[in-house]
Design a protein around this ligand. Structure first.
Ligand code: LAG
Ligand code: CA
Length: 497
């Protein structure tokens, strides 16, 4: 069964971990690193294993994230675009993101930093190359022959379209048995194919991965995915990628019996719901209309595909992006994953490599970054965005840990501004409008002066006094002034002098 990276912190746990010393509002300082680790993940797109390990140790573990999702680890075609990763050619764990040994070292070092590694698993298909060739680690292959692994009889040849490619997404049969953009489609109903896929996934688990993202799960019948993941060790986390579309017959709900799913609708709905006032609806209690149940949902504002396509907001949107990610992190719906990739102007462009073609790892510093410093103009193509290291985002990850287990109370609106409380633990307010706004968010936080984690960052009162805006709580309300486009949030332990 599904395993949560970490249990929610109880009020008792938080209370037990107070440090000595006093901050304003008469509250003892709490060192956030003593809170239970949060449930938030980071997708580290195309980051090599050695850099992921360093990132776990230097930023991700200390910030209290619970897990990282890394790019596919299997041997892949030789090609410059990032999507070479999505065309596996053998069972070897050798890629331009790193060697087998580096993968194992990454999972060990991340685990030591308290961070689970979720491996991206490409099991719907192999390559989309019509010409025979040789893979990254030297394995020969052709479109339907992968020596020692799969041969022609292991693939679908759907015969439903002229070139066997998926044409009609309203046809379940085409979507699951024809080829996704010419990628050789595995016959996942075959016992032999299942056995090989189980061995592949088990290898990743044996190398220390805590779970897997099932790439292109919509293109694999749910029964086949169920049979495959059912053969993995107990406790393996499974997150299926099933892109929801109201016009298509295959729904993410089919894949929730054996794990979590990415709920694509969350990001699509967030902004419209904010603007229409629906987020303030008192009926909205931990669940969202037209989304899978909260416990099955992995939510995100963007990912590597949507930042190249449908996403309304990406790191390039600066403050508006921070607003969306902050709302997601303050919310009690789903398990959030923060996306961290690299700047690009060509949708296909791979991450920068060395002369041997290995992807270069850049480690994000834990400070001096954020939308102001890394707006579109400030980053060159190939630069890492380091969104997970932005102080605004780390501040919100900390807020989520403080708020864990507390109810999300109904939101309030004031003009364009919107805010809500995580009962007795945290408040957030946002102003998506174009004029400054003031909002009073009802809260049971004790009266006093609090520090905004968006402008003040994480570890307020631990590393030093509040450097962000001060939020006053008095008479059962947090009074928050917001510039156009701004977000402010604070929690029980972010006190200001
Ligand atoms: C996924 N989820 O279902 C990945 O998240 C997504 O990034 C993958 O597409 C897709 N499924 C297959 O794993 C990516 C690129 C595609 C690329 C594909 C295979 O978005 O653009 O296709 O990976 O590398 C490329 C070309 C196609 C070509 C195909 C086969 O763009 O034109 O037909 O390769 O050669
Ligand atoms: Ca398929």
């Amino acid at each position: 069964m599904r395993r949560r990276a970490v249990a929610a912190a109880s009020a008792a746990t938080v209370g037990a971990l107070l440090l000595g010393g006093c901050a304003g509002a008469g509250e003892p300082v709490v060192d956030p690193s003593t809170l239970e680790r949060g449930d938030v993940g980071v997708q580290l797109f195309q980051l090599p294993w050695t850099a992921v390990a360093q990132e776990c140790e230097r930023v991700i573990g200390p910030a209290g994230y619970g897990w990282v999702l890394v790019s596919p680890a299997q041997e892949h075609i030789v090609a410059e675009p990032w999507w070479a990763s999505y065309q596996p050619v053998s069972a070897r764990i050798e890629s331009r993101l790193g060697t087998r040994a580096e993968f194992a070292e990454m999972t060990a070092r991340c685990a030591a930093a308290g961070v689970d590694v979720i491996a991206d698993a490409v099991i719907n298909h192999m390559s989309g190359r019509d010409q025979p060739s040789v893979g990254w680690a030297g394995s020969p292959y052709s479109h339907f022959e992968y020596p020692g692994l799969f041969d022609d009889g292991d693939f679908h040849h759907c015969g439903l379209t002229a070139d066997d490619d998926i044409r009609d997404y309203t046809s379940r049969e085409q979507v699951q048995s024809c080829e996704l953009v010419n990628l050789a489609d595995l016959d996942t109903a075959s016992p032999h194919v299942r056995e090989r896929i189980v061995a592949l996934l088990t290898d990743l688990i044996d190398l220390g991965a805590a779970g897997v993202r099932i790439d292109a799960a919509k293109h694999i019948p749910a029964d086949d995915v169920a049979a495959i993941v059912g053969a993995l060790p107990d406790g393996t986390r499974v997150i299926s990628e099933v892109i929801r579309s109201a016009r298509e017959p295959i729904a993410p709900e089919e894949y929730t019996a054996f794990g979590e799913v990415f709920e694509f609708q969350y990001a699509r709905d967030l902004w419209p719901q904010l603007e229409s006032g629906l987020l303030a609806d008192p009926e909205l209690d931990g669940d969202r209309p037209a989304h899978v149940p909260s416990s099955a949902a992995v939510v995100f504002i963007d990912n590597h595909d949507t930042e190249r396509g449908e996403a309304d907001l990406t790191w390039r949107d600066g403050d508006a992006y921070v607003m969306a990610v902050a709302l997601m992190l303050a919310d009690d719906y789903g398990t959030p994953v923060v996306y961290s990739g690299y700047a690009f102007s060509d949708r296909d462009a791979g991450a920068p490599t060395d002369a041997a073609g290995r992807v270069l790892g850049t480690v994000c510093t834990g400070d001096a970054v954020g939308p102001a410093a890394s707006g579109a103009a400030a980053l060159e193509d190939g630069d890492r965005t380091c969104v997970h290291a932005w102080p605004q985002i780390r501040g919100m990850v900390e807020l989520r840990r403080v708020a864990a287990g507390a109810d999300r109370l109904p939101g309030v609106v004031a003009g364009d501004a919107f805010g809500f409380e995580r009962e007795g633990r945290a408040v957030i307010a946002v102003n998506p409008g174009t004029e400054p706004a003031e909002i009073a968010v009802p809260t049971s936080l004790p009266d006093g002066r609090y520090c905004d984690v968006i402008s003040g960052g994480p570890r307020i009162g631990v590393d030093g006094p509040c450097t962000g805006a001060v939020i006053e709580v008095a008479g059962g309300a947090a009074r928050i002034a917001l510039a156009a486009g701004a977000t402010a949030a604070t929690h029980r332990f972010a006190t200001a002098p």
